[in-house]
Design a protein around this ligand. Structure first.
Ligand SMILES: Cc1cc2nc3c(=O)[nH]c(=O)nc-3n(C[C@H](O)[C@H](O)[C@H](O)COP(=O)(O)OP(=O)(O)OC[C@H]3O[C@@H](n4cnc5c(N)ncnc54)[C@H](O)[C@@H]3O)c2cc1C
Length: 508
């Protein structure tokens, strides 16, 4: 069988991959192969941020930059953050050129919502469906019209590299068959860490073993200690469990209340809940729970009862999910709490979104360093679009006349369910204990040693996915142990304060 070759291989078809692919088409790059398991976090995206020139709040790119740096507790990569702020209109225009529509107000201006971490309302949405669903459907159809090869149900299990240069990927299809695909340009757009550390809002196609795949290819990882917790995920009733209540609801006037009916955020933020960073919301919710003022499921409540019904209905997926489960948001308060949701760490990249391995790019949630220790709400989507756009432009410029060098690799992947069942439950338990909401040096140290001992068992080599997941957790534990301070979403009980003398970033 002849080896399949492409100019560019993209792994994943979330918002980052879609943005990269459509920009590549605009720039005349042909011969793109997209290999993806499923649709990732993108169909769940409700909010995406852009600074529009006609926004009525006097918003600026500089203010957006400041908000990102502040929400990230001063450790976002300044160049990447600056690029993201400066390219905000380029990202918006890319989507507009490909016929994406955003919700409007009655007077025809763009509807802007106020999300956590932002000084001003700057979040765009759709009022018909989730904006991620609309973008996904439209751009996938456009890619098909442009004859881009899209292979669904194909999991990338290895990136082929000699640690300096990239040569392609190994994929496993839904029947378990392996295939090597060759290209000197591979774009990792494979999303975040999934359920590596217990229950999360992630869909099942995001496994999190990709951290180990990237590391095995020779890439560096950055900021992997920063797992993001979404502060307001619905905890009950069971039928609505896991649905994120957007932080935009606080911008609409929602209150967070504890079991004493107190608006506890006011104790630390007299101006109210709207715009409070996710880290602050999480910390205050956890404080209330720890003080015995929480709910049965270790959360608090959001009160939306006073909000106009039409506003509530303009979040149609949420309104429907609540009503279908017997909760009328104008009548009932809603039990919510923090849940692992997204990831600010990932593959270390430069301003072109290229890793230290030539030709190996990482975009969207697969890369790290932009959001620092916590991301502004809605910025995962904006970053996915802008990183896709910038990566496509860099590929068009840097690798325009690239002559592909083929190097044949063996197909290396092993599968043994028994090994998975033997090791994964214990490793997950270790991860949940060490990498949860609050972290402690002693527990992280124990976890590290325990994982190192588990990794000495040679039978693990019989199941590649088990090995990759354990290694991925190991990298997060190591990074969390290294960061000897509380910063953003990384809360160290043995170092409760942010260190003045902190290390800006840790790569692994
Ligand atoms: C419930 C929920 C609500 C959210 N709401 C918002 C929001 O309103 N605003 C916001 O900014 N962010 C939101 N997020 C976060 C956001 O969805 C993600 O950060 C965003 O989708 C990242 O885009 P991406 O393209 O990098 O990855 P994803 O959209 O996650 O796509 C990853 C792609 O890679 C594929 N893939 C993964 N592993 C492999 C592999 N090994 N081989 C092949 N393919 C692979 C997946 O199948 C998928 O196609 C939400 C997340 C969730 C879970």
């Amino acid at each position: 069988m002849e080896n399949k070759k492409y100019k560019v291989i993209i792994v994943g078809i979330g918002l980052a991959a879609l943005s990269a692919a459509v920009r590549m088409i605009e720039l005349g790059i042909k011969d793109i192969g997209i290999y993806m398991k499923s649709y990732g976090g993108t169909p769940y995206i409700a909010a995406i941020n852009f600074v529009l020139p006609d926004n009525p709040y006097g918003d600026t790119n500089k203010q957006y930059f400041d908000d990102m740096i502040n929400a990230g507790y001063q450790i976002g990569n300044i160049n990447l953050v600056n690029e993201m702020a400066e390219n905000t209109m380029n990202g918006y225009n890319l989507l507009k050129r490909w016929d994406i529509e955003f919700a409007k107000n009655e007077d025809g201006t763009t509807k802007l919502r106020h999300l956590s971490g932002h000084i001003y309302p700057r979040s765009l949405c759709s009022t018909k469906d989730l904006i991620g669903v609309e973008i996904g459907k439209k751009l996938i159809n456009k890619l098909k019209e442009n004859k881009v090869d899209i292979y669904e149900g194909y999991e990338c299990v290895k990136v082929l590299s000699d640690s300096k240069k990239i040569y392609g990927i190994t994929v496993k299809n839904s029947e378990g068959n392996l295939e090597n695909l060759y290209s000197n340009i591979v774009v990792a757009a494979w999303g975040g860490i999934g359920n590596l550390v217990g229950v999360s809002t992630y869909p099942h196609d995001i496994k999190g073993n990709t951290l180990a795949i990237a590391k095995d290819a020779g890439a560096k990882l950055i900021d992997v200690e920063f797992i993001e917790y979404e502060p307001m995920v619905i905890l009950s009733p069971q039928g609505a469990l896991g649905e994120p209540c957007p932080t935009a609801m606080l911008g609409e006037g929602g209150y967070l209340i504890n079991s004493k009916n107190e608006r506890f955020i006011l104790k630390v933020r007299p101006q109210g809940e709207a715009g409070a960073s996710k880290t602050l919301l999480n910390k205050q919710i956890w404080n209330e729970v720890n003080a015995g003022n929480g709910s049965k499921n270790s959360g608090v409540w959001i009160d939306l009862r006073h909000i106009d019904r039409n506003i509530l209905k303009s979040y149609p997926w949420l309104f429907k999910r609540l009503m279908d489960n017997g909760i009328d948001p104008n009548r009932d308060i809603i039990e919510i709490g923090p849940m692992a949701h997204s990831f600010s760490g990932g593959i270390e990249v430069d301003e072109n979104y290229e890793s230290s391995i030539e030709g190996f790019f990482a975009i969207g949630e697969a890369c790290g360093g932009i959001h620092g220790a916590c991301r502004c709400a809605g910025n995962a989507a904006s970053q996915a679009v802008i990183s896709g756009l910038l990566c496509a432009q860099a590929i068009a410029k840097k690798y325009k006349d690239l002559q592909q060098t083929i190097k044949i690799f063996p197909m290396e992947y092993k599968s043994d369910k028994n090994i998975y069942e033997k090791y994964m439950p214990q490793i997950k338990e270790i991860a949940v204990k060490a990498l949860g909401i609050y972290r402690k040096g002693e527990i992280l140290e124990d976890a590290k040693k325990h994982i190192e001992n588990i990794l000495k068992n040679t039978d693990i080599q019989k199941d590649t996915e088990t090995l990759q997941k354990i290694e991925s957790i190991y990298y997060i534990v190591k990074a969390a142990l290294n960061r000897k301070e509380t910063r953003g979403t990384h809360i160290r009980l043995d170092y409760p304060e942010e260190s003045k003398d902190y290390k800006k970033e840790f790569t692994i």
